[in-house]
Design a protein around this ligand. Structure first.
Ligand SMILES: *Cc1c(COP(=O)(O)O)cnc(C)c1O
Length: 368
């Protein structure tokens, strides 16, 4: 079987031991299984640096978007209004969710290579008292930029609003003191930095606000409060849960702890990212995001000035040699992306950069 490692922002390359957990068809209603769910929920709160009195964790079937949609459509009431800070496709997806659910909202669009500005958010909140909630992406996977949720959270709290963060591609890879940064709802998923496989998202929610949201949800299956209420009793999921994915995730959490938790994972990803950018720069690739805002998860690169190859050629060449990279997603210039999360180490970065170097030697000539 020909395999490759994923240099994408999730799903990502997982360990064999995480994959092996999925060989067991677990029963959903028995105590062992419910206990695993409860253990996961408890550990998620620890990773978020929050107490069980103030916060609670909810697991939700589906990919990350299901988690974001669950929060937005469950906690923002009919008389509420959402301010969405968007500097990439995932911020814009929140607006799409709000549109579909007919939720009153305004968008603060920022250029894809700039972070949303806390002062601008403050201004918008002062100008529009009807705004009750503010939402934003932490690691904008579209570009790889790491947004300043701490600064925006501070403003949102000062102005007495609710703060919702999509930390899909950063949670577990970047330390986030959720309570200290004024975050009321934070969303991530099983297949990103905790290095599980795809199948559910999770939400860490401020208990009081979650309880207040009872009865507000616009969808049955994505009703965050109802999902929580059932799960809170004894760890039973409301509808069929992705049992194999849950078992794999529990194992992934153990492996994360063994690696040294978020600090160790952050060091590994940051070093992967630093090395990648250094080596790519040496080959003439410039990054789309500047050094101050570049996050440690995924990097957007411009093609070289003298470029005689297509993404497809490069993708296939690298894939045949063991790695899968990602197309670009920013709108203004042709780019491509390389992720460095998952079971990816220094050797992998060195190897893939070696492959890219060979590719350039073979392909980047006029005659191509
Ligand atoms: C991965 C990701 C999502 C969720 O995408 P899905 O395809 O639904 O898993 C949402 N926001 C960000 C920032 C992401 O990186």
């Amino acid at each position: 079987m020909k395999t490759y490692k994923l240099l994408t922002p999730g799903p990502l390359t997982t360990t064999d031991t995480v994959k092996k957990e999925m060989l067991f068809d677990h029963c959903t209603w028995d105590d062992d299984y419910k206990q695993i769910t409860q253990e996961i929920r408890k550990k998620l709160l620890e990773l978020a640096h929050v107490s069980e009195d103030e916060y609670t964790a909810v697991l939700m079937q589906g990919s990350g978007t299901f988690g974001v949609e669950s929060v937005i459509t469950s906690v923002i009431g009919e008389n509420d209004k959402l301010l969405i800070c968007a500097n990439g496709a995932y911020g814009e997806r929140m607006a799409d969710i709000a549109d579909h659910a007919k939720i009153d909202h305004v968008i603060y669009n920022e250029h894809y290579n700039l972070v949303p500005d806390a002062a601008k958010v403050a201004e918008m909140l002062d100008a529009d008292p009807a705004i009750t909630h503010v939402s934003m992406v932490h690691s904008e996977t579209t570009s790889g930029i790491l947004n300043d949720i701490e600064a925006v959270g501070k403003v949102v709290k000062e102005k007495g609003r609710v703060f919702i963060v999509d930390a899909m591609s950063s949670f577990g890879g970047v330390d986030i003191p959720v309570a200290d940064w004024g975050i009321d709802f934070i969303i991530s998923s099983a297949n990103k930095c905790i290095q599980g496989v795809p199948g559910f998202s999770f939400i860490i929610a401020r208990r009081s606000l979650l309880m207040e949201s009872a009865g507000k949800a616009r969808s049955l299956s994505l009703d965050l409060y109802d999902q929580w209420k059932t799960m809170e009793v004894d760890g039973k999921w409301r509808f069929t849960s992705p049992t194999h994915v849950v078992l794999a995730f529990a194992q992934a959490m153990k492996e994360m702890e063994a690696e040294g938790g978020i600090p160790a994972r952050n060091r590994r990803y940051t070093e992967n990212n630093r090395l990648l950018i250094e080596k790519m720069n040496e080959m003439g690739f410039r990054t789309y995001i500047d050094g101050t805002h570049q996050g440690p998860i995924i990097t957007t690169f411009f093609y070289p000035d003298e470029c005689h190859f297509t993404f497809d050629q490069m993708y296939r060449y690298i894939k045949e040699r063991g790695y899968a990279i990602y197309p670009g997603k920013v709108t203004e210039a042709p780019t491509f992306r390389i992720g460095n999360i998952g079971e990816i180490y220094r050797e992998d970065i060195e190897k893939v950069c070696g492959i890219i170097k060979e590719f350039l030697e073979e392909y980047n000539h006029e005659e191509n």
